[in-house]
Design a protein around this ligand. Structure first.
Ligand code: PPS
Ligand code: ADP
Length: 205
């Protein structure tokens, strides 16, 4: 590596400028992690997929790191204790940052209930110089429990499940997210559009 190739402190080296990449856009484009935090049934997954479709239509490379899929593979064996949730969130944050550092827009619809876990992910991104955006899907628990997409609120109420985030397990709401979405007052398209506008304003979409 020559001195001119050296990366700024804390940043992994950029891809070398070589002729074997098909187009300059492949490495000039800025990636980012967009973390959608909120209660079960808040709308995180739905907004992520709506936004992903919109971004792909604009020609962006997008990955959705879905919480359920991650728990099936990368975080197989982890439960919902505070420690396991922290480990899960750090693993997802690690993968998200890697992808984002290579120009991918990474959408992460994962509860991430603890402020210190989210802060650690934000710090990792800052250390690597990778953009990180926090979106709080702030749907009230009363609305989430009526939606109850996976039947978890009903199970908790029936005594078949304990430790449900926002009911009998903590959810530490972000104090100053980059965006707060009140999904109970919006259509899915409006919620996704709000994130898209934010990304555009930040030069990330
Ligand atoms: N006890 C309890 N509390 C909260 N959520 C629960 C629980 N048990 C199962 N689930 C379902 O697990 C889905 C994935 O959780 P996450 O990986 O996003 O959670 S965490 O960030 O590790 O806390 C999460 O998905 P979403 O509903 O999409 O949020 C829940 O449906
Ligand atoms: N503005 C909105 N944004 C996102 N979801 C919404 C909105 N309005 C209604 N919904 C509905 O709420 C439910 C949210 O479910 P889901 O996306 O799986 O939540 P989560 O991933 O947060 O657990 C879906 O049935 C979705 O259609």
């Amino acid at each position: 590596m020559t001195p001119s190739d050296a990366a700024p402190a804390g940043r992994r080296p950029a891809l070398p400028r070589s002729t074997d990449l098909t187009t300059p856009q492949e490495y000039d484009v800025t990636g980012a992690t967009v973390w959608l935090t909120g209660l079960p049934s808040a709308g995180k997954t739905t907004i992520a997929h709506e936004l992903a479709a919109r971004l792909r239509a604009e020609g962006r490379r997008v990955e959705v790191l879905d919480g359920d899929e991650i728990r099936e593979f990368l975080s197989a064996g982890l439960g919902f204790s505070r420690e396991d949730r922290h480990t899960n969130v750090q693993r997802i944050g690690f993968v998200a940052e890697l992808l984002a550092s290579h120009g991918v827009l990474v959408l992460v619809p994962v509860i991430a209930p603890y402020a210190d876990s989210r802060e650690a992910v934000r710090k990792r991104h800052a250390q690597e110089g990778t953009p990180y955006v926090e979106v709080h899907v702030a749907t009230p628990v009363e609305v989430c429990s009526v939606r109850d997409v996976k039947g978890l609120y009903a199970k908790q109420a029936a005594g078949e499940l304990t430790g449900l985030t926002g009911v009998d397990d903590p959810y530490e709401a972000p104090q100053s997210p980059d965006l707060r979405i009140e999904s109970q007052d919006q259509t899915v398209a409006e919620s996704a559009e709000a994130v898209f506008v934010l990304l555009s304003e930040k030069g990330l979409a």
